[in-house]
Design a protein around this ligand. Structure first.
Ligand code: SAM
Ligand SMILES: CC(C)=CCC/C(C)=C/CC/C(C)=C/C(=O)O
Length: 302
């Protein structure tokens, strides 16, 4: 996914969900009493969700805001767009990496991520890294990503088409790792436990987004579809038309009202969103728990 400017213009559902969920969690995030919070965002893309919806929530005296992304093109684009913002920077980081670069370890009070983790097949590594991004004495994380989306079924049908099969052999790499899960909440809770998070709240939200008009749908697909850059430009419109035909065959097109003038076609996208909030136990608590075995009567913290 490398079309920073197009994505910035065609990310309606992503902006809608991030804005709504941040309005709900702004008061739940554990802001520091001294106001010197450090926050890292995972998969920031062109940065407009982070800067439009997270940045305004930070205390005025925040320590640092770091947007990260696996794509150098997204990072360069975001740094250029937001270069005038104090104590704010964008850096390359693959959240699914085996070993978190030292400069990121234990430095953040908060880690957020919006519409990124469904792109990461190794959620176990991602959550281990997110845990290790947080400072030793605590910190919290707010993670919002797709469990299911009809786009994944459309991709599977396109991959079976001889016209597109050779460009989509690795289609499963781009399907959310929870798309086929029978219990995505349980599965993600177990992954959070494994990473070491002690307090967690994981929701699965059933949502519906309506794309007004076929061009809006096509633009939103173009902004995130990983296969288009592999297909000759001269065939892009054919690919997108085939995409829309499959959406229609899935009965996801709402018939325009016959009497309405200039009515647009509406495309319905029913999807399921994971909204997960978790806190990292302070290191000192871990110390107390680990000492429980040697000290019989421990008073106070339990
Ligand atoms: C759909 S965009 C979301 C951007 C932004 N968070 C938003 O809500 O608009 C997903 C972003 O995640 C990035 N991404 C995909 N895999 C990643 C990984 N393993 N580590 C970090 N970022 C990744 C993509 O490059 C892309 O910029
Ligand atoms: C009707 C239909 C198939 C709509 C899906 C359209 C669409 C652009 C979904 C985006 C899914 C996705 C992977 C978003 C992202 O990563 O930001």
């Amino acid at each position: 996914m490398n079309l920073a400017s197009l994505y910035q213009r065609a990310n309606e559902v992503q902006r809608h969900d991030a804005k709504l969920i941040l309005s709900e969690y702004a008061s739940i995030l554990q802001w520091r009493s001294d106001g010197q919070d450090s926050l890292l965002d995972v998969g920031s893309g062109p940065g407009n969700v982070l800067m439009d919806f997270v940045h305004p929530l930070l205390p005025k005296s925040f320590e640092q805001l770091v947007g990260t992304d696996v794509s150098m093109q997204m990072v360069r684009y975001a740094n250029k767009c937001y270069e005038r913002y104090a104590r704010t920077q964008f850096q390359v980081l693959d959240i699914g990496c085996e070993e978190l670069p030292e400069q990121f370890k234990g430095r953040f009070d908060h880690v957020t991520s919006f519409y990124c983790l469904h792109w990461v097949q190794n959620l176990r590594a991602a959550l281990r890294n997110i845990y290790n991004l947080l400072r030793g004495e605590g910190g919290d994380t707010l993670l919002v990503f797709l469990a299911t989306n009809p786009i994944y079924e459309v991709y599977k049908v396109l991959q079976s088409d001889v016209k597109w099969a050779s460009y989509m052999q690795d289609v499963d790499q781009f399907i959310s790792p929870l798309h086929y899960s029978t219990d995505p909440v349980k599965q993600f809770e177990e992954l959070l436990n494994e990473a070491g998070f002690v307090y967690k709240n994981v929701e699965l939200r059933s949502e519906v987004f309506v794309y007004e008009g076929v061009q809006t749908l096509k633009d939103n697909v173009k902004a995130i579809c990983p296969f288009l850059e592999r297909i000759p430009m001269s065939q892009h419109e054919e690919f997108l038309n085939d995409f829309v035909d499959i959406v229609i065959s899935m009965n996801l097109k709402q018939d325009a009202k016959s009497n309405a003038e200039h009515s647009q076609e509406r495309f319905i996208s029913p999807y399921k969103l994971i909204v997960a909030y978790a806190r990292k136990s302070p290191d000192y608590l871990q110390h107390v728990f680990s000492d429980l075995g040697s000290v019989k009567n421990v008073k106070g913290v339990m």
